[in-house]
Design a protein around this ligand. Structure first.
Ligand code: UD1
Ligand code: UDP
Length: 366
């Protein structure tokens, strides 16, 4: 049985690593990896393949950056060539990026079954490109692997047949557990950055809605700069955000206050997360990792797809409409506490569950 995995952006490498590791154990399943090249810098791509021991992509499409139309269009053309040549039994896609969208469009039009990992997430904000990508992916997929009960409910509400949906938990929890111990042993990032456990805030910002609207970008970085006069703020800078800060002539200013570093590999990232006092982010993955590692979190957005964390009181949603709001939201979170005994993201064995369902499906329909 041939499975083609389509990935292209940082969080997809991490999710795919968890499943690839399980697929390797089955001699009857052959995985072919297509890397679209949506992310291409060493520290946004290559480092994950090395650290997480993901098999080298069979096809690297080298698409790179561009507007949504250009980027997705180029992907469509090249993915189609590969899928026609490989003619797989199923195509496996992850999350909600343009690589996901291109993968599902090509596969479904070639009538190749599609399996979507991380199905059913909704922000109910169609201004986010990811929301469009998710909706399309879910509605053309044949197997929908939902990470949470909320995600299952969203899919059912949209009329997707129950028998296509599998509540398997979150593959990022699998990864967080597996690589968490490795990070403890192997990463020396704290020493390298001269950070003391529990005495710094870790931040990541990259959502288009926060970087591409100048007022929001300024509010976020002014708020973080003020906070960093009291508590060290470390921020591995996503390339999109770097471009935006330079465009708005803010880069030099914020670098004076915030400890801006290049994006780090997953092992160092986990070490930074685990030892931070608070995480301030707009990332989907990082919000959950904060919860997995029991670090309080502020999410600088109006809404989140991971609503469980807000309901549990663990994640504080702070819309970054002004620097005051950002500063105040972070200060409140620094002084708050909550209990954490729920586990809404499964048992850390999502990848095994996904591969089991996939295999059953493949044998049933071959
Ligand atoms: C993409 C996803 C987003 C995901 C994020 C993970 C879409 C629409 N968005 O956003 O859902 O949360 O990845 O990180 O698919 N760049 C580089 N080097 C790189 C990659 C990007 O310099 O290796 C810069 C380029 O200036 C590029 C910009 O970052 O234009 C944005 O990259 P892009 O892949 O379009 O979107 P992300 O913001 O990374
Ligand atoms: N991450 C990383 N290095 C960094 C920043 C993030 O390894 O410098 C990891 C992070 O731990 C998480 C994933 O990348 O597992 C999240 O990716 P990102 O925030 O880019 O995308 P999102 O999850 O918002 O789609």
């Amino acid at each position: 049985m041939k499975i083609v995995t389509i990935i292209g952006a940082r969080p997809q490498f991490i999710k795919a690593a968890a499943i690839s590791r399980v697929l390797k154990d089955y001699n009857d399943l052959k995985e072919i990896i297509i890397h679209t090249g949506q992310h291409y810098d060493n520290n946004m791509s290559e480092v994950f393949f090395q650290e997480l021991e993901i098999p080298k992509p069979d096809y690297y499409l080298g698409i790179g950056s561009g507007g949504h139309g250009v980027q997705t269009g180029r992907m469509l053309e090249k993915i189609e060539e590969v899928l026609i040549k490989e003619n797989p039994d199923v195509v496996l896609v992850y999350g909600d990026t343009n690589s996901t969208l291109a993968g599902v469009l090509v596969a479904s039009k070639l009538q190749i079954p599609v399996a979507h990992v991380e199905a059913g997430l909704r922000s109910f904000n169609k201004k986010m490109p990811e929301e469009i990508n998710r909706i399309v992916a879910d509605h053309v997929s044949d197997l929908l692997f939902a990470p949470t009960k909320t995600a299952v409910d969203n899919l059912i509400r949209e009329g997707i047949p129950r028998e296509k949906i599998f509540n398997v938990g979150d593959v990022m929890f699998d990864a967080a557990l597996y690589y968490g111990e490795k990070a403890d042993k192997e990463s020396n990032i704290l020493e390298k950055l001269e950070l003391k456990p529990g005495q710094y805030i870790l931040s990541t910002i990259h959502r288009a809605y926060n970087t591409d609207i100048a007022e929001r970008l300024k509010a976020i970085f002014e708020g973080l700069s003020r906070i960093s006069r009291e508590v060290t703020v470390v921020l591995p800078l996503h390339p999109r955000t770097k471009v935006a800060l330079i465009r708005e002539r803010l880069f030099e200013y914020v670098s004076e206050y915030i400890k801006i570093i290049e994006p780090v590999g997953y092992i160092d990232m986990i070490k930074l997360e685990k030892n931070s006092r608070l995480i301030v982010t707009d990332s989907g993955g990082v919000q959950k990792e904060a919860f997995f590692y029991k670090v309080p979190c502020v999410t600088l957005r109006e809404e989140t797809e991971w609503v469980e964390l807000v309901e549990l009181g663990w994640n504080h949603l702070v819309p970054p409409s002004s620097a005051d709001m950002v500063e105040e939201g972070i200060k409140q979170a620094l002084n708050s506490s909550s209990r954490l005994d729920a586990q809404p993201y499964g048992d850390g064995k999502s990848s095994e569950k996904i591969v089991k369902v996939l295999r059953k499906y493949l044998y049933q329909y071959s």
